[in-house]
Design a protein around this ligand. Structure first.
Ligand code: GTP
Ligand code: MG
Length: 138
């Protein structure tokens, strides 16, 4: 089993969609092995999205991620990283497949409801940014 890091983003928490997103995650066969609701600080958001620092939307992205609470999670399943990216759907909800979280709930390419790690090395780093080992119970 493989673990991935997930964020239910401010556009989703603000619309009370945490449970709805979790239902899609669980129906897809992924297990939520850690979860907490937090208000991200600007420093945390800037560190988390550090790879996008030079992108034109970086400021907007950081402002968005601290605009309301988020739910950070560790998900576990067979091919968990790729599986969750399938379940999330394309970054831009206009391109997302039917039944995906972003097709169902995302508002725009920026306010797109969820994050999921894109590779094993980034999953490890992202999980460690938000969870201690003993907070993850598989
Ligand atoms: P994540 O799982 O959140 O990393 O999404 P992704 O891997 O599908 O997308 P990517 O890593 O390319 O971009 C990271 C995040 O930046 C996206 O999820 C969006 O929230 C945001 N983003 C990407 N492109 C744009 C854009 O053109 N405008 C704005 N405002 N935000 C964007
Ligand atoms: Mg990404």
């Amino acid at each position: 089993l493989e673990r991935t890091f997930s964020i239910i983003k401010p556009d989703a928490t603000a619309r009370n969609l945490t449970g709805a997103v979790n239902a899609v995650i669980e129906k897809a066969g992924l297990r939520i092995v850690a979860q907490k609701r937090i208000q991200m600080t600007r420093a945390q958001a800037e560190e988390f999205y550090g790879v996008h620092r030079e992108r034109p939307f970086f400021g907007e992205l950081v402002d968005f991620m601290i605009s309301a609470p988020v739910v950070v999670q560790v998900l576990e399943g067979e091919n968990g990283i790729a599986r969750y990216r399938e379940v999330m759907g394309a970054t831009n909800p206009e391109n997302a497949a039917e039944g995906t979280i972003r097709k169902l709930y995302a508002k725009s390419v920026g306010e797109n409801s969820v994050h999921g790690s894109d590779a094993p090395d980034t999953a490890k780093i992202e999980i460690a940014q938000f969870f201690a080992g003993n907070e993850i119970v598989g």
